[in-house]
Design a protein around this ligand. Structure first.
Ligand SMILES: *Cc1c(COP(=O)(O)O)cnc(C)c1O
Length: 394
């Protein structure tokens, strides 16, 4: 009944699975028939503190009873607090703009880079270089910034000028010209297939750009908020970008995006804005998420979870050499490289039938992004189901 309703009334943009989830507790979801699923997707890296988190629910309810939204024309106390918290956790001397999604955060980053390129150089610089297999969003501009030709369909053209993508970091140097202002990268490409970028190569690039007054933008929409093990993957890579974007896990499922930059004076009133961005509800949710995750990290529990998850993944990868080449990724952003695309879709389907949610990334990667608060029992159960699924297809 709801499947037909969805098909009749919702535009057809997702290859949807018609399971009807009714409830979630941490990394476990329950559908309308009472069947349970272990969630190794966390809503694509969003539900960072798990489903049905009581602290989140209380914080959001209390905030909603008082104020959800007043607009950015007035002070928003939780917005100021969340900005301060993000900056403190980042370890950088930066300031924040709040948006509602990853794509919007990246739009903000691009506007900062463009204005910087206009104001700081005698001859305007505006071009932005990204990487092949990157993903930066679905707006017309961020789709153009996404380094995958399949996204640049002529149906939606013309696209804005000033974007090009390179095969890898090494070839970027040759592509930088007099009009280039910035390079934008993910440190671990997520949607593109869980590809961590080499630390030394990123550090060298950061240094090269800095020496020339050019900007490094790091898209941490997926890697940010402890998914890599540190608050920012940027911290793990020991670089200091000019601009960092966040979104997915930042408010545990309440829509939010954030742009951090060390160029704190770049914008003036009127340059950028958002009706919803940084409102009471989303920033209060973000504060609770960071509070929960900061203590989770400091207590050592997050690192324990990472180790336990990795052990299980290594084990399963070695047990099915006919299906997988190797495991990839870091923190709780992991993947198994599959030997062929058909086997990959069979594997994902088999996991679902066993009651385990996993994702596809790129052409041949089975991707897992569980809630950061996933319990050991849920990890154990999830991998048990994965083994059952792989036994059926191998
Ligand atoms: C998901 C994602 C985006 C887009 O985020 P939306 O909230 O869907 O707009 C951008 N960049 C990266 C790295 C992502 O993983």
């Amino acid at each position: 009944m709801y499947e037909k309703m969805d098909k009749d009334f919702v535009l057809n943009t997702y290859a949807r699975n018609y399971v009807n989830f009714k409830q979630g507790i941490n990394a476990t979801l329950y559908d309308d028939k009472g069947k349970d699923y272990i969630d190794f997707t966390s809503g694509i890296g969003v539900v960072s503190v798990g489903h049905g988190n009581a602290r989140m629910a209380n914080a959001i309810c209390e905030q909603a009873r008082n104020l959800i939204h007043t607009s950015n024309l007035y002070l928003i106390e939780p917005q100021a607090k969340l900005a301060k918290k993000i900056v403190q956790l980042s370890g950088f001397d930066m300031a924040v703009f709040f948006a509602n999604s990853g794509a919007e955060a990246n739009e903000g980053a691009i506007k900062i880079a463009r204005k910087y390129g206009e104001r700081k150089f005698k001859n305007k610089k505006y071009k932005i270089i990204t990487l092949e297999n990157s993903f930066h969003g679905r707006t017309i501009t961020t789709v153009k910034a996404t380094g995958q030709k399949s996204f640049h369909k002529s149906d939606f053209s013309p696209y804005p000028d000033g974007f090009s993508f390179d095969k890898n970091i090494k070839t970027i140097y040759d592509s930088i010209d007099d009009e280039t202002i910035a390079v934008m990268i993910e440190l671990v490409q997520g949607e593109g297939g869980v590809w961590p970028i080499d630390k030394k190569e990123v550090q060298d690039l950061a240094k090269y750009l800095k020496e020339r007054g050019l900007l490094l933008i790091v898209d941490e929409v997926q890697t940010g908020v402890y998914r890599s093990g540190e608050f920012l993957a940027t911290n793990l890579y020991e670089i200091e970008p000019d601009i960092i974007t966040l979104a997915k896990g930042l408010a545990g499922g309440v829509p939010i995006g954030a742009v951090l930059t060390k160029h704190k004076d770049i914008f003036e009133p009127g340059d950028h804005g958002s009706t919803f961005g940084g409102n009471f509800l989303s920033t209060r949710a973000g504060l609770e998420v960071l509070d929960i995750l900061e203590s989770y990290k400091n207590s050592g529990l997050l690192d324990e979870t990472f180790l336990y998850f990795e052990e299980n993944l290594t084990d399963i990868c070695s047990k099915y050499p006919n299906i997988f080449n190797k495991q990839v990724g870091l923190g709780l952003m992991r993947g198994l490289r599959c030997k062929d695309a058909q086997v990959l879709s069979d594997a994902i389907k088999a996991c679902f039938d066993e009651g385990l949610l996993v994702l596809k990334a790129g052409q041949n990667t089975l991707r897992v992004l569980p809630p950061l608060t996933i319990s050991k029992d849920e990890i154990k159960e999830g991998f048990k189901r994965m083994k059952n699924a792989f036994d059926k297809i191998s």
